[in-house]
Design a protein around this ligand. Sequence first.
Ligand code: GCU
Length: 456
Amino acid sequence: MKAIKRIILLSSISLSSFAQFGLTPAQRDSINKLTSEDYNNMVEQLGIDRSLIRRGPSGNPNDANAANSSEEKVNKYTLPDPLMLKNGQKVKNVKDWTEKRRPELVTDFENEIYGRLPQNLPAVNWQVISVKDTLVGNQAITQKILKGIVDNSSYPAIKVEINLLLATPAKAPKPVPVVMEFGFIRSPFNAGSIKPIGLGSSGEPTWQEQLISRGWGYAIIEPSSIQADNGAGLTKGIIGLVNKGGRRKPDDWGALRAWAWGASRAIDYFESDKDVDAKRLAIEGLSRYGKAALVSMAFEPRFSLGFIGSSGAGGAKILRRVFGEQVENLASSGEYHWFAGNFIKYTSKLTPNDLPVDAHELVALCAPRPVFISSGSPQVEGQWVDAKGMFLGAAHASSVYILHGKKGLGTMEFPKLGMALTDGEIAFRQHAGGHSTGPNWSTWIGWACKYWSDCK
Ligand code: GCU
C-alpha cells in the first residue's frame, strides 16, 4: 500500500491507477475515453484552443521535463494580499473581513478554482446500517456503519449513497469530539474485511487507537461514494445527479467541493447523534483528500479543527510557486475533475499568476479556526507536494488570523524537519516519514488538545 501511494505521488499518470485500482483494463479504457470526452467538452465550452494548452512537468525526477525541485530555481512571484479589498482599501477589522473581504475571496475561489455549490442540492437521509460493540487495538468502541441516501426523485437514473463509519469509545459518559477522515472504510487494497487504514506497520498505534485512547471518536467518509475520482464520473455522482446526467458548466463544482459537501452532510448526521459532540469536529485527509479536507475546513464553519495532510497543489501549496506539481498538472485531463472547468483557463491564455487568489487565502478562509498543515520528508515523500510551498501557504495566511486576535504561524522561516510549529492557530510540521499523515497524528492530537480542552 505504501509503495502504491508513493508511486501515485510521483506522477499524475500513475495517479489514475490509484483512482482506478481494481478495475479491468476494459473498464479503465472506458473511463479514460469518457474522461477525455468530458475534458474536451469543457475545453470547448471555455473556447480554448487546444494547441495553446500547456502541459505540466513530470513527477518523475528522471524525466527530461521533471518538475522543479531546486529552491534556487524557484520563480519570483507576487501574492495577492488577503487583507486588501478589490477596491484597493485595506481590511481594518474583523467586520470588514467577514462582510467584505471573505465574500470576495469565496467568490474568486468558487468562480476560478473549486466551483460553486448548485442551488438545487437534494436532501440526504442518513440510515444506520449497523451498530456493533467491537475493539480498535485493545480499545472498546461502538462502531456504526451509515449510509447517506441522497434524494434522487428529480433524476432517479442516478443513485448516490454516501458511506460513513463512526466509532466512539464504548460507554462514553458524554458526547465526544470526532475527527473525520476522507478515506476508505474497506481498504481498496484489501477489500475483504472492514479494516480502516492506519499506521499499523510502523509499530505505533493506529490513528484510530490514538484518538480512542484520548476519549475521542473517529469517522471515515468515502469520497468516491459521493463523487467518482475521475472526469468520466462527472455526469454521475452528486454532480451528475444535480445536472440530471448532463455535463458541467465552467463554474460548476468539481469533486473536491462535492466531497466537502458530503462531509457537511455527515455533520448534519453527527448533530443528531447523542454520542457525538458536534461542536468539536475535525476533518482530516491526505493528498487529494488533504485538498478536500482544506476545502471542507474553508467552506464549512462547523468544523472546529483541520488536519491537512500533504495537500500540495490545489491544497495549501502556493500555486504561483514553480516547484513540484503545477496548475498545468492539476487542470489536465487526469485531475481537472477536482476543480471547476474554469480552472483550465489558467493553463492556456492565462497563467497561475493571473489567478485572483492563491492557496494562502484558502487557508485564511479557515480563520479563526485552528488548522494544522502537515507534510512528510522530501527525502521519503518526494518533492511533488512541495512542503515549503505548503508552509508558505500557511505562513501567508497568518495576517488574517492576527486580525482575529489569534496567533498565526508565528514565523516566516521554513522549519527543519520534525520541528513542530504548534504555538498558534495555524500549525505546521514536516514529519520524517513518507506520504502519510501517520507520523504527525500524535503531534496533531497534542495541539488539538489545547482547543478541545477536556482531553484525558
Ligand atoms: C498525484 C497528484 C496530487 C495528489 C496525489 C494523491 O500525485 O498529482 O495532486 O495529491 O496524486 O492524491 O495521491
